[in-house]
Design a protein around this ligand. Structure first.
Ligand code: NDP
Ligand code: 8X3
Length: 252
């Protein structure tokens, strides 16, 4: 693959970090973004040691002013983004819809939907102008069908599917490609966040099944990004072998 400039949101952990590692290893220039400056600097140092060109941008995708300022602050030679990986996201809580936390709902909606839209709105116009680029959204199988107590998180990922489909239509007259990657169970910090730091409950999510890893998803993301220019990988579902959908998981 030619030397692409790749901007990844939520690169401080899990799938986003694995994508940063993978693109860097393949010779891409990576812009790692997230909220944790210390973690971003550590990742930059690690990737640079391995010979990669790395830039960090510290901001919260929910803060439109911060995100705008961060993107506008890119040095001239980093401004032309070839691949945007909209990965920053989270689940908070696993409760019946009629008992959920208003605050958790707002955080999920503000991050998974509005944050993703902000980044798309900030970066895609230049892709359209250059008639070149690729947006890779990290959706989820949760967006295909609701599962018990998943309600609002599932709805945010259904929105990611619809926004990916909508954007694909809106840029169909350009060379910009849009991909929605929909993972199932991936062992990252995801469940620790979902259960507000309850590590034992989080560990139980992956008991009795070999889950996917961030690297498994980064493989798929990289595959989509490195496909020939006339090939648009529109949507990919990636499941652990003993998972059939959001509700069917066989534990041994
Ligand atoms: P992690 O918790 O390991 O990583 C989430 C990343 O998103 C972190 O870097 C986190 O940063 C960042 N993030 C969260 N909120 C914000 C914000 N407001 N602004 C900027 N960055 C933010 O989980 P995953 O790697 O698993 O999650 C990545 C994506 O993959 C999410 O969109 C998730 O919904 C999706 N996904 C995950 C699956 C799984 O089973 N793990 C399956 C399907 C999809 P910080 O550390 O600062 O919170
Ligand atoms: C994360 C995977 O199945 O927990 O999106 O919703 S799941």
């Amino acid at each position: 693959m030619e030397k692409k400039t790749v901007l990844i949101t939520g690169a401080t952990s899990g799938i986003g970090e694995a994508c940063a590692q993978r693109f860097a290893k393949e010779g891409c220039r990576v812009i790692v973004t997230g909220r944790n400056q210390q973690r971003l600097v550590a990742l930059k140092e690690e990737l640079e040691k391995a010979g990669a060109e790395v830039l960090t941008l510290c901001f919260d995708v929910r803060d439109r002013a911060q995100a705008t300022q961060a993107v506008e602050s890119l040095p001239q030679e980093w401004k032309e983004i070839d691949v945007l990986v909209n990965n920053a996201g989270l689940a908070l809580g696993l409760e019946p819809e009629y008992k959920g936390s208003f605050e958790d709902w707002e955080t999920m909606i503000d991050t998974n939907i509005k944050g993703l839209l902000t980044m798309t709105r900030l970066i895609v116009p230049d892709m359209v102008r250059r008639d070149h680029g690729h947006v890779i959204n990290i959706g989820s199988i949760a967006g295909d069908a609701a599962y018990a107590n998943g309600n609002v998180y599932c709805a945010t990922k259904a929105a990611v599917k619809t926004l990916s489909d909508g954007l694909r239509i809106d840029v169909a007259d350009t060379a910009v490609r849009v991909t929605n990657v929909k993972p199932g169970l991936v062992e990252t910090n995801f469940s620790v966040t979902r259960f507000h730091g309850d590590r034992e409950r989080a560990d139980n999510v992956y008991k009795g099944i070999k889950p996917l890893t961030g690297d498994d998803i980064a493989d798929v993301v990289f595959y989509a990004a490195s496909a020939p220019a006339h090939v648009q990988i529109a949507e990919v579902t990636v499941l652990a072998t003993h998972q059939a959908n959001g509700s069917t998981i066989v534990r041994k």
